[in-house]
Structure formats: structure tokens, C-alpha cells
Design a protein around this ligand. Structure first.
Ligand code: FES
Ligand SMILES: [Fe+2]
Length: 357
């Protein structure tokens, strides 16, 4: 039984930070429910994301794919593919195979992150990702701090948090609940403005949280009032029920370098702590098709309507409740994936805690 009615949404998604791969290197990735290869050419160091399974006889290009200039060579029989995914050479034939093509994803390197465009029917990007000025102002803003965590929940279940103000008191134990001042949607964008009271050693201050979202995968969150912080919150679907969160933080510099670093570290830990607190809810929640809401609940239906534009494939609500997957039931089609995430990618609570030490 499916845990969510939704397929993988279309959008721009972060696939790495630039220091994860050097020019001339390739590596396997698994996003959007498919095997992918990410490689960087040795000409300008550009990133290329392509379907990983070689159309010749199925070798995985991310495991041993060799980069030469602007081509990747399959480790099995040496066929080469170019940046557009075309077969450009078969070393033991005079000809190329025009039908042999790797699916190629549009790439954007911006704001210190690398993003790829996913659309189930391979349509071109439908919107752009803006340049975030704080990410190009090293004089006033700190170096970037990063965090990565994989959440066993659908993108939409995680993103619904952006309109959920009531959970702060219960899940995050905050004294006050953030107050929504604005929730606006416009095409793939949303604009959320909230104010939250913080108790600090200097007294109670009004902290502002401004969220600007550009499709399902990319949001800019600006915190001001307490510590001026800009956070790129990037969600990348691994499958339709599992999501990788990547956070990139920048802090407004204080005169004192060490103070900037300490305040920054405390803030990153605070945000990470909130994710740890949200985790058991996300991991175990169901999806309720027609939620029973309080009149003072956030704009859930507006959020869900906004979210629905990112599903190009059919969504059928044939269940009232999409319950979580019982851990005791073995689901063969999922097992390989879970092993893969557990060994190579999943950072669970303990690991995040260890990172925070
Ligand atoms: S499987 Fe890739 S070249 Fe044969
Ligand atoms: Fe939360």
C-alpha cells in the first residue's frame, strides 16, 4: 500500500555542494527514483547529470565511468557519451549508435550549490532560481555551514511544515507559537512571513522569519532580529516517499570572527535540533486526504493547492488515509533502496548528534 498519493514532484533540486566532486571525477547518485551519474568535465569543470545505466548492456556509469575532456566512458566496453548524452564513440567500431542516448538533466550552479531540473516527461525548466545576494558577499556574510539529512517521508509531508504553526509548541517546545503575517502563492513561488518571540539574555525580542520558496526544492529562509541568518533549504526527492534535506547557512559577520563562528554554530545546532524533533513525526505520520482542521490552523488547503502544480503525473486520491509503512512488513521493491540509503547516505539522528558535538 502506498504511503503517499503523490509521485516525485517536478522542479529544481540540489544534487551536491561543489566540493563533493572535482573536475574529471564521476560518482553515482540516486534521486527521483532512478540511478544517475554525476560527472565534471575537464574542460571548464561543468557538472553533468545523466541517467546512469549504459544503453549498450547496462553497466552503471557512476561506478567506474571515466571522464575524458567533455565525455564519459563506460567502464564495461568503453563506449563514450557526450554532455548531451549522445553516444560519441564505440572504440571497436567505425560507427556510433544514434539510438544509444543517456537522459541528461539541465544543471544550474548558483549560490554555492549545484541544482538539477527534474521533470517526469523531460520538459525544459519552467522557472528560474534567483541569485541570493548574501551568497555573493563574503565581506559581510560568513562562510557557508552545511547540514544534510535524509528523511523517510514524502516531500509534501515535510514541506507542509511551512504552514504548520501549531506544532512548534508541541514538537519543538517553544514558549511562543510563531505568528503568521503573510502567506502568498504566485505560480511556483510562495512567500511566508512570520514573527516569533524569542527570550534572549537581552530580553524578549521579535524574531522575523521570511521564507521565499521557488518550487518544491529550493527555499530561502531569512532569520532576523536575533542572529541575522540566511538559510538555503533544499529538499531533493530520493523516491516519492523519501527526501534528502540539504541546508546551507550564512551568518551576518560580527567584528569578532570567533563570535560569528560561535553564534553560527549555535544556530546551526538549533535548526538541526528542530529537524531531529520533527523526524519521528515525519517518519511515522500518515497522509490525511481531507484533514479535520481548526479554524485557527494555518492555510493547509492553500498550501496543498500550490503543491499540486508540481505533479505532472496523475494523482488519484483513492484512500482517505495513506498510513505509514509498517516496519515489520517486508516490501521487496523497497529493500534494496533502504539498504542503499542506510549504508551510503542516510544520516540518522545519532549521526547528526555526533556531527554536532
Ligand atoms: S555496457 Fe556500457 S559500453 Fe557496454
Ligand atoms: Fe518543525
Amino acid at each position: 500500500m502506498s504511503r503517499t498519493p503523490f509521485p516525485v514532484p517536478l522542479g529544481w533540486y540540489q544534487i551536491c555542494w561543489p566540493d563533493e566532486l572535482q573536475p574529471g571525477e564521476s560518482k553515482p547518485l540516486f534521486y527521483f527514483e532512478r540511478d544517475l551519474v554525476l560527472w565534471r568535465d575537464t574542460e571548464g569543470g561543468a557538472y553533468h547529470l545523466q541517467g546512469a545505466i549504459c544503453p549498450h548492456l547496462g553497466s552503471h556509469l557512476g561506478h567506474g565511468g571515466h571522464v575524458e575532456n567533455c565525455e564519459i566512458m563506460c567502464p564495461f566496453h568503453g563506449w563514450k557519451f557526450d554532455a548531451q548524452g549522445r553516444n560519441s564513440e564505440i572504440p571497436y567500431s567505425e560507427r556510433v549508435n544514434r539510438a544509444a542516448k543517456l537522459r541528461t538533466y539541465p544543471i544550474l550552479e548558483r549560490n554555492g550549490i549545484v541544482l538539477a531540473w527534474y521533470h517526469p516527461f523531460e520538459e525544459e525548466p519552467l522557472w528560474d532560481i534567483p541569485e541570493i545576494p548574501e551568497f555573493d558577499d563574503p565581506e559581510n556574510w560568513s562562510d557557508t555551514s552545511t547540514r544534510l539529512v535524509e528523511i523517510p517521508a514524502a516531500w509534501q509531508d515535510i514541506a507542509e511544515n511551512s504552514v504548520d504553526l501549531a506544532h512548534f509548541r508541541y514538537v519543538h517546545n517553544t514558549d511562543s507559537v510563531p505568528e503568521a503575517r503573510l502567506y502568498e502563492t504566485d505560480g511556483p513561488r510562495t512567500k511566508v512571513r512570520t514573527v516569533q518571540r524569542f527570550v534572549t539574555p537581552q530580553g524578549v525580542v521579535d524574531g522575523k522569519i521570511d521564507i521565499d520558496q521557488y518550487g518544491p526544492g529550493f527555499s530561502v529562509i531569512r532569520f532576523s532580529g536575533v542572529v541575522d541568518t540566511v538559510l538555503l533549504g533544499c529538499n531533493t526527492p530520493v523516491t516519492n516517499e523519501s527526501t534528502e534535506l540539504r541546508y546551507s547557512f550564512k551568518f551576518k559577520r560580527f567584528e569578532d570572527e570567533a563570535l560569528t563562528a560561535n553564534v553560527g554554530k549555535a544556530f546551526v545546532n538549533e535548526v538541526t535540533q528542530q529537524v531531529i524533533e520533527d523526524l519521528p513525526i515525519w517518519k511515522n505520520k500518515g497522509y490525511v486526504t481531507r484533514p479535520a482542521l481548526a479554524d485557527t490552523d494555518g492555510p493547509y488547503m492553500q498550501f496543498r493547492k500550490w503543491a499540486s502544480q508540481f505533479y505532472a503525473e496523475d494523482v488519484t486520491f483513492d484512500q482517505d488515509v495513506y498510513p505509514p509503512n509498517p516496519p515489520s512488513v517486508s516490501r521487496p521493491e523497497q529493500e534494496g533502496m533502504q539498504k542503499f540509503t542506510a549504508s551510503a547516505r542516510l544520516k540518522d539522528e545519532d549521526q547528526i548528534r555526533a556531527d554536532m558535538m
